[in-house]
Design a protein around this ligand. Structure first.
Ligand code: ADP
Length: 209
């Protein structure tokens, strides 16, 4: 897989602490003088945000086909690469994405069972060489992550309505990615205080800057 320098992503099931860690990371890197662009997937560009609305719409539960879902995620990603990520990287900025292509590997490829082969082919088409040089997976059990998201008190979206065994497969997909692609995916234990998790995350990111 061809990767892009200074492009990083965070992965993990909902509630694993991605947005918490990204905020800490951006604050620290910005204070150090780096210019950082933050993105959340699916979304980031206007067209991608519109696709996100379709993807997360709870009324499409049981209606949206697995391949439709796979293609929509890739469509949203292609646009955000075109409009935001590639131009930012070309300008020498750091890009940090809250979810990216490894989500598709874990959710659609692994948990939905579409298979790694199909996901990889599409990822090559969508991303080309605009693929994160390092992805950090925040690893947490489904039970622990649920306990954290319940506290948020929001109504679950279409994907959040999946059952625990689906998220367990997602988690296993992420861990498989870290095993199979150690040069660009690292899993860290997210069942610790935000500061402890951040210590590991920061070290990993700084090792690439
Ligand atoms: P994600 O972006 O992966 O869904 P969040 O960063 O939104 O996760 O975290 C989910 C919830 O868990 C939030 O309420 C957040 O404050 C809390 N949280 C985040 N990191 C930790 C942590 N290390 N320990 C305990 N709670 C945490």
């Amino acid at each position: 897989m061809q990767t892009a320098k200074r492009f990083f992503s965070l992965e993990g099931i909902d509630g694993s602490g991605k947005s918490t860690q990204i905020d800490m990371l951006i604050e620290k890197l910005t204070a150090e003088g780096y210019s950082v662009v933050k993105l959340r997937e699916p979304g980031g560009a206007k067209i991608s945000e519109r696709v996100r609305e379709i993807l997360l719409d709870a009324s499409f539960k049981g209606v949206m086909g697995d391949k439709t879902e796979l293609l929509l995620y890739n469509a949203a990603r292609a646009q955000v690469i075109h409009e935001i990520i590639q131009p930012a990287l070309d300008a020498g900025k750091i890009v940090i994405a809250d979810r990216f292509a490894w989500s598709t590997f874990a959710y659609q490829g692994y948990a939905r069972g579409l298979g790694a082969g199909m996901v990889q082919k599409l990822t090559e088409l969508t991303c080309g060489s605009c693929f994160p040089e390092l992805t950090v997976v925040l690893d947490l059990t489904v039970e622990r992550s649920r306990a954290r998201t319940v506290k948020r008190g929001e109504a679950p979206d279409r994907l959040e309505q999946e059952k625990a065994d689906f998220f367990e497969r997602v988690r296993q997909g992420y861990l498989a990615a870290a095993r199979e692609y150690p040069e660009c995916v690292a899993a860290i234990d997210a069942d610790r205080s935000p500061e402890e998790v951040f210590g590991d995350l920061y070290k990993l990111i700084k090792s690439r800057l």
